[in-house]
Design a protein around this ligand. Structure first.
Ligand SMILES: [Fe+2]
Length: 253
């Protein structure tokens, strides 16, 4: 699926509503932040239950932890280059708090990367102490990110909504998607698949169905299908008015 194809679909809000005085505003953070919350808490859980004397478990868990840092670094870069830049252009210092947070988070991520590498290279006997330290540091990092995302979804959203129309905010989201590599876009979509409600996924895919080529739509449906259990997939297929068996056949072709 091309990045451009998805861009044309995702400029529509996940929570798209007809314009009215009571309609919710375009929330540029909601969907991706749900995905990142799941990614972070799932990764923390995996670190906690990792069997340190099992090489495959250890390295798979550390690979996942590194992937979490990579996806979060990409998210920080998107927010800095697109959202914060847009806010600062219309209200200087308007994104100062969360910009400063990002600087701190990048330092924490560099430290965590060093911790991960040290644990990879440590003999089994010395692993428990390093693993416990890494687990605790990741837990604190997750806690900081949860608070940070709350500020973005409240304070920054209020700033965005006071400075930009929904159409302009949707354009910012389009810019973010356009900057992503296909691999990163797929990774974010997979975490969104397991983090959004069926109604939210339906809204996202219905918008995509209207705004993107059929090929991109079906590729995204197949990707999301691969992340859902049978019950949730059945609900989503029904909400989309799709024959779930037909889609399964298409995705296997
Ligand atoms: Fe952020």
């Amino acid at each position: 699926m091309s990045t451009t194809a998805v861009l044309n679909a995702t400029v529509r809000p996940i929570t798209a509503r007809p314009a009215s005085a009571t309609a919710p505003r375009f929330d540029i953070y909601a969907g991706i932040h749900k995905a990142l919350r799941t990614l972070m808490t799932d990764t923390l859980g995996r670190l906690g239950r990792c069997d340190l004397d099992h090489e495959a478990d250890l390295h798979d868990t550390l690979d996942r932890t590194s992937l979490m840092l990579t996806l979060l670094a990409g998210h920080i870069d998107s927010e800095n280059q697109v959202i914060h830049a847009a806010i600062e252009a219309r209200r200087p210092q308007g994104a100062r708090k969360t910009s400063d947070d990002h600087t701190d988070h990048l330092q924490s991520m560099a430290d965590l990367t060093d911790d991960i590498q040290a644990l990879r290279q440590t003999p089994i006997a010395q692993r428990p102490l390093l693993a416990q330290a890494l687990y605790r540091h990741v837990a604190l990092f997750v806690a900081e990110n949860l608070e940070h995302m709350h500020v973005e979804e409240t304070t920054n959203n209020a700033t965005l909504w006071s400075l930009f129309t929904d159409a302009e905010i949707a354009q910012l989201e389009g810019q973010i998607v356009a900057r992503l590599s296909p691999e990163k876009l797929s990774a974010y979509l997979r975490w969104m698949a397991v983090s959004l409600s069926t109604a939210e996924l339906t809204g996202f895919l219905q918008a995509m169905r209207l705004g993107a080529p059929a090929e991109a739509f079906h590729a995204t449906v197949s990707l999301i299908h691969g992340e859902l259990d049978a019950v949730r997939w059945g609900r989503l297929a029904m909400a989309l008015g799709m024959n779930s068996l037909a889609v399964e056949t298409r995705s296997q072709a």
